[in-house]
Design a protein around this ligand. Structure first.
Ligand code: CO
Length: 212
């Protein structure tokens, strides 16, 4: 086995040993329940690991990650995760977390073809088109990338709000709260974009479901 992969298994044994030294019941407790309060929808980027950057532990966060943290309403993977998180786990919060220096955002803003992924990134191009005048007014290219990363998070928050899964939960109670955050790979800081919702009221009427 290549050294890199063997090292991972060795790391795992050390991690188990350390956990058991501090808390002999660590795995017994973890295996007896799965009750995360939070669904995290983040980018697949290796530099943005949900647990580490939020100081949370195994068991705390239900995680879905894809390129550029998209909420695409025909994506069965996302919809299955969302449905399970909201209807079964009954998470209190959903955080869509984007990040600056996102390769997907950068690729979507270019005219280069990257193969199959062009089809996924077209959703990001659609966000760009929605905010064309604001983005084209930003002359600095990096600032424009960063602003699109923020606008993309906001759009994915709205996309979550538009799902029947989330709206159905809101008809029964106040949860889940949906938040949009962005992470800065340069300094490790998470920023709240102040797009928190727990009702469908801010949506255009066309997207509001009755009686579900
Ligand atoms: Co990214």
């Amino acid at each position: 086995m290549p050294d890199f992969v063997s090292k991972l298994l060795e790391n795992n044994r050390n991690w188990v040993k350390n956990k058991l030294q501090t808390d002999p019941d660590f795995f017994n407790n973890l295996s007896s329940r799965h009750e995360p309060q939070l669904l995290w929808i983040g980018c697949s980027d290796a530099r943005v690991p949900a647990n580490q950057i939020t100081g949370t532990k195994p068991g705390d966060v239900f995680v879905h990650r894809n390129i550029s943290n998209m909420v695409v309403h025909t994506d069965m993977n996302l919809l299955s995760v969302l449905s399970y998180a909201v209807e079964v786990l009954q998470v209190k919060h959903i955080i869509v977390c984007g990040h600056y220096q996102c390769g997907g955002i950068r690729a979507a803003m270019s005219n280069t073809s990257f193969g199959l992924i062009d089809n996924w990134l077209r959703h990001v191009k659609d966000v760009y088109r929605l905010h064309l005048s604001e983005l084209e007014a930003i002359k600095d290219e990096n600032l424009r990338y960063n602003r699109l990363a923020e606008l993309n998070v906001m759009q994915q928050v709205y996309n979550l709000c538009k799902t029947s899964i989330v709206q159905s939960a809101w008809q029964k109670g106040e949860f889940p709260y949906i938040h949009g955050w962005v992470y800065d790979v340069h300094d490790g800081i998470l920023k709240d974009l102040d797009v928190t919702f727990n009702s469908h009221h801010p949506l255009p009427d066309l997207y509001k479901f009755d009686g579900i």
